[in-house]
Design a binder for this molecule. Structure first.
Ligand code: ASP
Ligand code: MG
Length: 412
């Protein structure tokens, strides 16, 4: 029988009543003839609570025990979902990650999936079981310890199961009814997209759109898993939600597909560093060793052999970045007069595969921001995106103005 993967996020399993509603949706797909793999998150708020317990008990925690604690929320929902299905006379059982087993690396709290053997679950399907309810977000390391896949990781569990079982589709049930051109809470004209290309979704997710874990989109793209994002709170038709798919399956799209933003961006400036060969390596080497995710970089014109170097990184990595640079200075590898951290910035990005073939997008973006009096502090571009850093107080204005300028309220 064809296999379908259905993933339910925290808000979709937040109460017993919601678990029942989700189970009903599963029942509908079973009645259509699918064998279903259900991936569940923990009840909403549960993982945060568990993370809080760990931090309070042991600030410098052993990551293996963090995973043991934090993975437990999913065990509860997996069992409850299986029970609910059984109450509806749907043959179902639950599986924790290690029982499948979903084998990961040993990188606790950020493990990567290595392998998902299908024989255990397939043997049960062959015996007449119709639904395998799997606890998302968790796996087992080669050492036999429980691992987790990073926050939001059950999206990645879902896509990995879809790839391993050759599922027809991977449906991600959440509290929004799809992927929007931008955050509807900021721009009321935001429009739900029927389809979006993997690459665009990957950019939007990594640039701040919270709807899917970035890693899950990466996996879906690699294994060409059709991903659908849809709401568990509404009655759904077969073409509901947003389909994340290969570019070739999208006939028409706007040049810009979406505007993403991130509030958690900081701008760091090293004032007056010596402009010599190797200076960039001397600065960004230690940052990378310290695990700082540097995004945008600008080096200014040098004057009398000295220059300013500016880069951006997530706000919560500022302290780590400062320490790495200070240490490099102490070791005599770099020399600067001052290090200024500006945490009052936001990153706004325009994303669209249409940019590959159409010019003028950057110019239009800059003109729009300038007409609104928004000063651009840093710019970065790639083949399908343009990002700018602006003062955080302009975030809403900038998103709305760009949404209007690129007429994203209109479908292509
Ligand atoms: N429960 C985990 C989290 O809150 C994993 C997930 O829901 O995707 O991050
Ligand atoms: Mg999520």
């Amino acid at each position: 029988m064809p296999v379908l993967v259905m993933k339910f996020g925290g808000t979709s399993v937040a109460t017993l009543d919601r678990i029942r509603r989700a189970a009903k949706r599963v029942g509908v797909e079973v009645a259509k003839g699918y064998d279903v793999i259900v991936i569940v998150s923990a009840m909403s708020g549960e993982t945060n609570k568990l993370v809080g317990y760990v931090n309070e008990t042991s600030p410098l925690y052993d990551a293996r025990e963090y995973d043991a604690v934090v993975s437990s929320g999913e065990n509860v929902t997996a069992g409850l979902m299986a029970l609910t299905l059984q109450e509806m006379d749907v043959p179902a059982r639950s599986w924790q990650g290690w029982q499948v087993p979903l084998i990961t690396t040993s990188a606790h709290s950020a493990a990567r999936i290595e392998e998902i053997p299908t024989d255990n679950i397939n043997a049960k399907f062959a015996e007449g079981m119709r639904v395998a309810v799997v606890a998302g977000f968790q796996g087992i390391s080669p050492e036999g310890r429980i691992t987790t896949l990073g926050r939001g990781g059950s999206d990645t569990s879902a896509v990995a199961f879809a790839a391993a079982f050759g599922a027809e589709r991977c449906d991600i049930y959440t509290d929004v009814d799809g992927v929007y051109t931008t955050d509807p809470r900021i721009a009321s004209k935001a429009r739900k997209l029927d389809k979006i290309a993997f690459e665009e979704m990957l950019e939007l997710a990594s640039l701040g759109a919270k709807v899917l874990q970035t890693r899950s989109v990466e996996l879906a793209m690699r294994y060409n898993v059709k991903l659908r994002v849809l709401s568990s709170f509404e009655e759904q038709s077969d073409d509901a939600g947003t389909l994340v798919c290969a570019e070739e399956e999208i006939m028409e799209s706007n040049v810009v597909s979406g505007i993403a933003y991130s509030r958690d961006e900081a701008k760091m400036t090293l004032v007056s560093v010596a402009d010599r060969p190797g200076i960039a390596a001397a600065i960004f080497g230690p940052l990378s060793d310290a695990g700082v995710n540097v995004d945008m970089i600008i080096q200014n014109i040098a004057e009398e052999g000295r220059t300013d170097m500016t880069f951006s990184c997530p706000t919560d990595q500022v302290t780590r970045a400062e320490k790495a640079l200070q240490d490099a200075k102490t070791r005599g590898e770099i020399n600067y007069h001052d290090l200024i951290a500006d945490t009052d910035v936001a990153k706004i990005s325009a994303v669209g595969i249409g940019m590959r073939s159409q010019s003028g997008v950057a110019a239009k973006m800059f003109k729009t921001l300038s007409d609104e009096g928004v000063n651009i502090k840093v710019i970065a571009t790639s083949e399908i995106k343009i990002s700018v850093l602006v003062d955080r107080k302009y975030l809403e204005l900038a998103v709305q103005a760009l949404h209007d300028a690129f007429e994203l309220e209109k479908a292509a």
